[in-house]
Write a protein that binds this ligand. Structure first.
Ligand SMILES: Nc1nc2c(ncn2[C@@H]2O[C@H](COP(=O)(O)OP(=O)(O)O)[C@@H](O)[C@H]2O)c(=O)[nH]1
Ligand SMILES: [Mg+2]
Ligand SMILES: [Zn+2]
Length: 318
């Protein structure tokens, strides 16, 4: 009798989180989606996080006997893309274990926001995740100033893919870029992330739409990103648009290391711990004045530097 019971006991299963809402996480395992909840509500290592699990997380779960899964633990992450959640005053992981980040932007509707791109680049650099920029809606026209700014990203080694979901232009190059990888789409609301997913993975949107609607009710809804897998195996993670993106895992004093274009000039700073803000004889500042660093990149740096300073002041009462 006892022996039989032991045999019946489920072995934990290892699955991947595809999406989650209202504390139910949908885990892919054995070609199926399992609705899972977290045992005891809190996972080890996730106490100081806004969300215990993110899309792309690998988890152990067991069947609870009622057709659902009980998540027992989260595997260590290879990497993650995260932002600072101002309401919760803690990091919020958007996606985990990803191969590359694609920042989706548009020239209009909504207007081009290079500062958002700069911040996603910093967040990706911190985790050493390759990042590229997708300029969608090129059918609306792109003005020269924005093209120049995009050229700066390109020169920094962040590839720029110009596309239009509407006309289909650039979609084959985009598909090539996504091939064999797990990519997360990040961008402001309305830039066309979901449109990209629908264009490249036809039929997939039908599957997610009604389910997310079903769990979208109520005031405590936390809709996470969701991941779709193409029949060829590559994966795309769509995310809800964020208005503000502040990276985590970096101190203001270390921020400049993640602005690649500053690196060649920092050795000319008089002070070894120069913050490149107000110090005299700053190599970075000098390079901005000489036009060797794009002034807008420097402006991005300054704004993020002071945002991080302010966060540190609040969190650590400095
Ligand atoms: N003109 C134009 N509009 C587009 C293009 N791609 C998407 N849109 C529109 O932009 C709006 C927002 O798209 P959506 O995919 O929901 O953006 P998301 O919030 O980033 O997911 C929708 O009305 C789309 O039809 C495009 O290439 N050109
Ligand atoms: Mg969307
Ligand atoms: Zn300096």
């Amino acid at each position: 009798m006892k022996e039989g019971r032991i045999l019946e006991k489920e072995q934990p299963r290892k699955g991947i989180v595809l999406w989650g809402a209202n504390n139910i996480f949908y885990v892919s395992y054995d070609q199926r989606e399992w609705a899972c909840y977290i045992k005891g509500k809190i996972l080890k290592d996730a106490e100081e996080e806004y969300n215990p699990l993110a899309v792309g997380d690998e988890v152990y779960f067991e069947e609870d006997g009622k057709g659902k899964g009980r998540i027992l633990s989260r595997f260590p992450r290879k990497n993650r893309i995260a932002r600072f959640n101002k309401k919760g005053k803690c990091p919020q992981t958007i996606a985990a274990n990803i191969d590359q980040v694609l920042v989706v932007t548009s020239p209009e509707e909504p207007p081009f926001r290079p500062r958002f791109i700069d911040r996603v680049c910093v967040a990706s650099e911190i985790e050493r995740i390759p990042v590229a920029i997708c300029l969608n809606k090129i059918d609306l026209g792109v003005d020269g100033v924005n093209l120049k700014r995009l050229e700066v990203f390109n020169q920094l080694g962040y590839p720029v893919l110009s596309i239009s979901v509407r006309t289909g232009e650039g979609l084959s190059q985009l598909r090539e870029f996504l091939w064999n990888k797990r990519t997360v789409l990040l961008g402001q609301s309305g830039t066309g992330k979901t449109s990209i997913l629908n264009a490249l993975l036809p039929g997939k949107e039908r599957k997610v739409g009604p389910i997310s609607e079903k769990y979208n009710r109520g005031t405590h809804t936390t809709v996470l990103a969701y991941m779709e897998t193409a029949s060829e195996g590559w994966q795309l993670i769509d995310t809800p648009g964020v208005r503000e993106f502040e990276p985590v895992g970096v101190l203001a004093s270390e921020l400049s290391w993640y602005f690649k274009d500053f690196l060649p000039f920092r050795e000319r700073c008089q002070y070894p711990n120069c913050t490149h803000t107000l110090e005299p004889e700053c190599g970075v500042n000098d390079a901005v004045e000489k036009g060797l660093i794009h002034p807008d990149r420097y402006e991005s740096y300054l704004r993020l530097y002071f945002a991080l300073k302010e966060r540190e002041r609040i969190l650590y009462h400095e």
